[in-house]
Design a protein around this ligand. Structure first.
Ligand code: GLC
Length: 422
């Protein structure tokens, strides 16, 4: 963030942002796609830097780059299967290779390798599938002659910044409506001023009045981007981006290194509770194929979301007076209606939730909403009539819906009695 005090935004600017954010908040779940030359090596998107591969040697990857026909349709299909509502593709990652028909450099997918405009294919595939379209653009560029020099050479900086603005202008001009502009890594210029970021983003907004812009030009813009962790940002729109298997770019990891469907759902619960989004990454293989394992797991997540979506979509209230660690389950709350996510282990036909201080009106088992018999005594809600095994055979995440007569409160403490409550 810039050191200077932010200019206070007018109510009209704030209202316009809320308008633009509406679909995005409702979407909750999107797909990040890291695809570039590095996918061919299968050692992650930082391979050029981590292995200090010289530009000339890395350059050869542009000739062998061969995304298979229709790969963008496969990405879109995978996102749909997962019930994701938007997608963000790396149009140019740190390696500097452009996946679109740019006039700014020949190091692009039209002049080299496939001879195709992958961004155009991607945008068309998303639209056909009814997905919102996001474009990622890395400011940092390991290939550009001024990519590092710009740090302490004003002429180099001017060239790099012009190049950047021109690239973004093309992306914002040549592909119809774009919903998200997702910048990354400000190195080596470090400040928004040195990238002329206000001007850059003003240009993007002029070309795309409804666009959402992330905060990685050093300006707050529309949403924050916690990376690798889920952390609500008070009063701001936020989106956690997470890898599927520890790497953004393709790495053929062992199956146990990939997120289980249950883990993805736990992330979604945390995002929903904090009012944020989850941008879950896939790193397509060298030829653009989505790893089969990711498709399988995301499809299971999508199937679950179609049955249990009310516990994920929409607005939730802070857990506040409920315990964060509530036994075998975790809470989300919408007013006096709570969702109890049974993720640890299925309890069998009965179990209880301790320490509830508010009267319970009903307990229902999702996804059928079958009412379950319960008895509530002073410190214990005993729930019965559950099936022997988890009704969800797909992700092994069961869900109870518990309606309370007033604001739900729970006190467990460490002992057998919660002293403050009595
Ligand atoms: C980091 C990494 C980059 C990745 C990004 C995703 O900035 O440098 O490889 O694309 O995170 O948020």
């Amino acid at each position: 963030m810039p050191k200077k005090a932010q200019v206070k935004e007018s109510p009209a600017v704030i209202a316009d942002r809320q308008r633009r954010l509406k679909w995005w908040r409702e979407a909750r779940f999107g797909m990040f796609i890291h695809y570039g030359l590095y996918a061919q090596m299968g050692r992650g998107e930082w391979v050029m830097n981590r292995e200090r591969i010289p530009v000339d040697e890395y350059d050869k990857l542009a000739d062998t780059f061969a995304p298979k026909r229709g790969c963008a349709d496969e990405w879109a299909a995978a996102a749909k299967a997962a019930n994701m509502k938007y997608v963000v593709l790396t149009t140019k990652h740190h390696e500097g290779f452009c996946l679109w028909d740019t006039q700014q450099t020949d190091f692009n997918s039209v002049k080299r390798g496939p001879g195709r405009d992958i961004v155009a294919e991607y945008v068309a595939a998303c639209r056909k599938a009814g997905l919102r379209v996001g474009l990622y653009y890395s400011l940092m560029d390991w290939r550009h002659a001024d990519g590092a020099k710009a740090y302490n050479n004003e002429k180099a900086r001017a060239r790099l910044v012009d190049f950047t603005h021109n690239c973004v202008r093309e992306l914002m001009t040549n592909y119809g409506k774009i919903d998200v502009l997702w910048y990354d890594v400000m190195w080596p210029l470090k400040t928004a001023d040195r990238w002329r970021a206000s001007e850059l983003n003003a240009m993007a907004r002029k070309l795309q009045p409804d666009i959402l812009i992330n905060n990685r030009t050093g300006l707050p813009e529309d949403f924050c981007t916690p990376e690798g962790h889920i952390k609500p940002e008070e009063g701001k729109a936020w989106e956690s981006c997470m890898t599927f298997n520890g790497s953004w770019g393709y790495v053929p990891m062992a199956p146990e290194e990939w997120l289980s469907p249950k883990k993805v759902l736990e992330m979604l619960r945390q995002c929903a509770n904090g009012g944020g989004n989850l941008l879950l990454n896939i790193g397509p293989e060298g030829d653009g194929a989505v790893p089969a394992l990711a498709i399988d797991r995301m499809t299971r997540v999508g199937k679950w979301l179609r049955q249990y979506g009310e516990a994920v979509y929409g607005q939730f209230d802070p857990i506040k007076e409920l315990e964060g660690w509530a036994g075998i389950g975790w809470w989300s709350r919408r007013g006096n209606l709570c969702y109890y996510w049974i993720t640890a282990v299925w309890p069998g036909q009965s179990f209880s939730i301790g320490g509830l201080l508010t009267k319970v009106k009903s307990v229902k088992l999702m996804p059928t909403d079958k009412p379950l018999p319960f008895t509530q005594t002073k410190d214990r809600l005993l729930i019965q009539g559950l099936p022997k095994t988890c009704p969800d055979k797909n992700c092994d995440v069961g869900m109870l819906k518990i309606e309370f007569a007033g604001e739900p409160k729970q006190r467990l403490g460490e002992g057998t009695v919660y002293y403050k409550a009595y």
